[in-house]
Design a protein around this ligand. Sequence first.
Ligand code: SAM
Length: 482
Amino acid sequence: MAIYNPKSLKAEEFINDGEILETIKYAEENKNNFELIDSILEKAKPLKEGNGYRCTGLTHRDAAVLLACDDPQKIEEMYALANDIKQKFYGNRIVMFAPLYLSNYCVNGCVYCPYHLKNKHIARKKLTQEEVKNEVIALQDMGHKRLAIEAGEDPKNNPIEYILECIKTIYSVNHKNGAIRRVNVNIAATTVENYRKLKDAGIGTYILFQETYHKQSYLELHPTGPKHDYDYHTEAMDRAMEGGIDDVGLGVLFGLERYMYEFVGLLMHAEHLEAVHGVGPHTISVPRLKRADDIDPDAFDNGISDEMFKKIIACIRIAVPYTGMIISTRESEKVRGEALHLGISQISGASRTSVGGYTEEERPHDSEQFDVSDQRTLDEVVHWLMKNGHIPSFCTACYREGRTGDRFMSLCKSGQILNCCHPNALMTLSEYLEDYASPETKKTGYEMVAKELENVPLEKVRNIAKQNIEDIKNSNRRDFRF
Ligand code: SAM
């Protein structure tokens, strides 16, 4: 029997079924142990250190106790703490991005995904480089600067060379004042050599959802194709890091398995990356299973309520305070609005989950991966964020300035983020307001920019940011950054 060992490189040892089951039992036994819960909440609080704050985060065991607790008063305390941690480390900034589907050819048999090989009636599409360019122009014309590229797994149709070529095309397009400055990549688990190629192509984060940490369920949910190999999939982030990618993004597809099992597995995965590579995941995504072409989410038994979903988000935020958290347009405006107060730091806007979706006129798109709940335009999302006190940030400076992996984490921990991310967010928001916003959004935006500039602590940085924003307003100079 495998023994739990976070430092091991073997999936069954760092995501250890026995340890997960023990943790679930421990959490269940202690869910009304308020003394313990109070001490866990106390331990997780941000502590002032120098100019910034420090948080210890929580072990998967402690975090599981919080998630199991269903006392309304304690849940309120968790929500307040999650929000406090988000504000202390990420401020009121929300990073914006959009997915770009390159190809839905896929040789896998994932039973929850309409791109599975046996689906013969879904339209199969793969963008040509000309089409990639047109999609990118459409995304730039909305104001996007950061993309997550998505593709099915198909060594013939979507080999790594195709993905690399697309990345090159994406970075080469500059339409009007537009530019895609960060391409994150969500493609199937691959080899160290291919991860190295992605790194050399200048990608931001490599994202791979585990789907489920439960091995038996994983094998059943991925009955055929290369993705069937649980260990190869689960150990992918270690290969990515070996290939030089130091920003990796985790996630599970909630609805496939029992949420508690997934939650514990996810945190164990984060602990493993920290233990082996000295840096935890850059982001954690929280996708929930959605209706799709030939997929009925009700056919799966483990769907979670909005209330439980929110508690999971808050508990992840408390457990891994320095990790960015992403919510997509799978969720409605209402759920996204609430989640923003529980620790989410990144959201997508105006997403199309079909291949060629940004240049196709009408919905629904016949190659769509899943139904999108939040169908607002980027301008509407940006305006809504600001009305709710969040600064939409189009900043992509970190990885271009070499602030990735542990260097990003130390920036996050030192409190310098207010002199760096905050002015960068305001400058990139000003670019958006100048180039793409509706008059109403522009008005609200510049009011916010003026107010928020005063929160930049260092006077010198504040003055440079103000000057740069004047330049953005008065010229076509773009891409100022600290
Ligand atoms: N093909 C890549 C892989 O194997 O990891 C990933 C790209 S896929 C386009 C992105 C993610 O969409 C998957 O990892 C899965 O979690 C999610 N997904 C698939 N079907 C879904 C559905 N019906 N509802 C919500 N999300 C879904």
